[in-house]
Design a protein around this ligand. Structure first.
Ligand SMILES: C[S@@+](CC[C@H](N)C(=O)[O-])C[C@H]1O[C@@H](n2cnc3c(N)ncnc32)[C@H](O)[C@@H]1O
Length: 183
């Protein structure tokens, strides 16, 4: 169902349930809406984030989308690399997306896409196979991820339509029209 040729998982390094609830949910919803395979979150476990994203997948489809919070990013990255996957860290300090994307698109390895937070451990920069800047100005995890997935999918991310959706939007110039599929 996903339009990426290889498995793509998004990892957000840190999460504080009280402060980061909306931002972490938005990163996960972006990962789901643009057709990646899963979302892993470091820091504290937060069942509410998992419920929110699973609830959206229940109605809007892509129920195979995996969500895990409270993971150890070190273990996940080590295992990912051991299994032959590659790691792409989005950071304004990296090399510009335009310089990196053709190399990334040529590689057939599974992709773990990392976004950070206010403080990214320096180890991440060395563990990553690519440190990619979505421009060199500070903005947000959500903006960086959305733009990166658009390019990684060669523009297909915006057309992602899960086949198991209960709700499907019929696009309108004005107003809302949602088709409810019988289950
Ligand atoms: C609040 S920003 C902090 C900016 C951070 N100092 C950095 O290394 O990019 C949190 C996260 O958003 C993402 N981000 C923000 N601006 C970015 C940019 N220009 N390019 C790539 N990622 C960016 C990074 O994943 C970063 O860890």
């Amino acid at each position: 169902m996903c339009h990426f040729p290889q498995r793509v998982v998004v990892l957000k390094l840190d999460h504080r349930p009280e402060r980061d609830k909306r931002l972490t949910s938005h990163v996960g919803l972006t990962a789901r809406a643009f057709g990646t395979n899963g979302f892993w979150v470091g820091g504290l476990q937060d069942p509410k984030i998992e419920e929110t994203i699973k609830g959206v997948s229940e109605n809007w489809g892509h129920q195979a989308f995996e969500v895990q919070t409270g993971i150890s990013w070190k273990k996940k990255i080590r295992l990912w690399k051991t299994r032959g996957g590659e790691v792409i860290h989005l950071t304004m300090y990296g090399k510009h997306l335009d310089k990196m994307i053709s190399r990334i698109l040529k590689s057939d390895r599974e992709k773990l896409v990392i976004v950070g937070g206010p403080k990214v451990p320096s180890e991440i920069f060395t563990l990553a196979d690519y440190n990619v800047a979505i421009g060199h100005q500070p903005h947000s995890e959500v903006a960086a991820l959305a733009l990166f997935l658009d390019r990684l999918s060669r523009g297909k991310a915006l057309y992602f339509q899960p086949t198991d959706a209960k709700l499907k939007i019929i696009p309108q110039e004005q107003g809302k029209n949602v088709d409810e599929q019988d289950s």
